[in-house]
Design a protein around this ligand. Structure first.
Ligand SMILES: C[S@@+](CC[C@H](N)C(=O)[O-])C[C@H]1O[C@@H](n2cnc3c(N)ncnc32)[C@H](O)[C@@H]1O
Length: 280
């Protein structure tokens, strides 16, 4: 395991409770609600087989199992895999790296990558993870990959009254460099522009690529209102606008998270599929 991967394992094992994230802040509740809605719209009908790569403690995997899907979860962090197995309902789960999936070619109807792309700093590694997702998904199947928007951090700090001089400087840096500075918060991470995410999906061989903004443009209003009397009203409004503006190009990057979707073509041009050895 390389140094960045080891640091991500240490972060999620000792410093951050991922299993408590999605119920906490308005941003996270919007992320959960909208991700589930988008998955239900995009995935083939149950009992389709789903590979959830970077599935964490299994929040989405459990919801999909409850809907009748056959789900297998893979994650870099052993503690997340243990939580996914121990949840209700339990999920079949193993430790694995998104860049080298221990799965056969064409073996799933859809593959989710809701986490690994924003923890891989190098474009080549992100394309490798996407290429692996394409490889294990059958032709005509779907790959859905989440990214964190380039602008999420500064917008979050502004909405929650934490935008100091250092964060303004960081906002300037982020205009040209998507690598997170872990000394400000989070861990090793990469924050995408929409066009980079599309380019990486295309490089991996996906067709019919679309990108949704997950939380919508008003998530920052919900964060700013979180502790006041209008909290629920503003949250509900943010959720409604997230649905309306899900693919509006002028607003997609204002979401905290982006969700790319694409179809695996019959003959993907650049995947790592096994090809017959041409030697006699
Ligand atoms: C923020 S969590 C997201 C969990 C869940 N998919 C969700 O959307 O709520 C990011 C997850 O990606 C996993 N991850 C990061 N890099 C990975 C890699 N190279 N291979 C597999 N999993 C990875 C982390 O261990 C973590 O569980």
């Amino acid at each position: 395991m390389d140094r960045h991967a080891s640091e991500i394992v240490a972060y999620y094992t000792f410093r951050y409770r991922e299993d408590q994230r999605l119920g906490a802040r308005p941003q996270a509740r919007l992320e959960r609600t909208r991700t589930l809605e988008l998955l239900r719209q995009a995935l083939p009908a149950p009992p389709a087989s789903i590979l959830d790569v970077g599935g964490g403690p299994g929040e989405y995997a459990r919801a999909l199992v409850a809907l009748g899907y056959r789900v297998r979860l893979l994650d870099l962090v052993p503690a997340h895999v243990a939580q996914a197995r121990a949840g209700q309902p339990g999920v079949a789960a193993e430790v694995a790296d998104a860049r080298a999936l221990p799965e056969e070619d064409d073996s799933y109807d859809a593959t989710l990558l809701l986490g690994p792309l924003y923890h891989l700093l190098d474009r080549a590694d992100r394309c490798r993870a996407l290429t692996e997702a394409v490889r294990v998904t059958r032709p005509g199947g779907r790959v859905l990959a989440a990214a964190i928007s380039r602008f999420a951090g500064p917008l979050d700090f502004a909405a929650t009254g934490r935008l100091d001089d250092r964060m303004v400087d960081e906002a300037r840096v982020l205009l040209t460099n998507g690598a997170n500075d872990p000394s400000i918060g989070f861990t090793h991470a990469y924050f995408h522009r929409v066009e980079e995410l599309v380019d990486e999906c295309r490089t991996a061989g996906l067709a019919d690529i679309t990108v949704d903004g997950i939380e919508g443009p008003a998530w920052i209003a919900a964060e700013a209102a979180a502790h006041g009397p209008m909290a629920q009203t503003v949250f509900d409004a943010a959720l409604r606008l997230a649905r309306v503006y899900r693919r509006e190009p002028a607003l997609v990057a204002a979401s905290a998270h982006l969700l790319a979707q694409g179809t695996v073509p019959d003959h993907p041009p650049q995947t790592g599929r096994n090809t017959p050895d041409p030697r006699p």
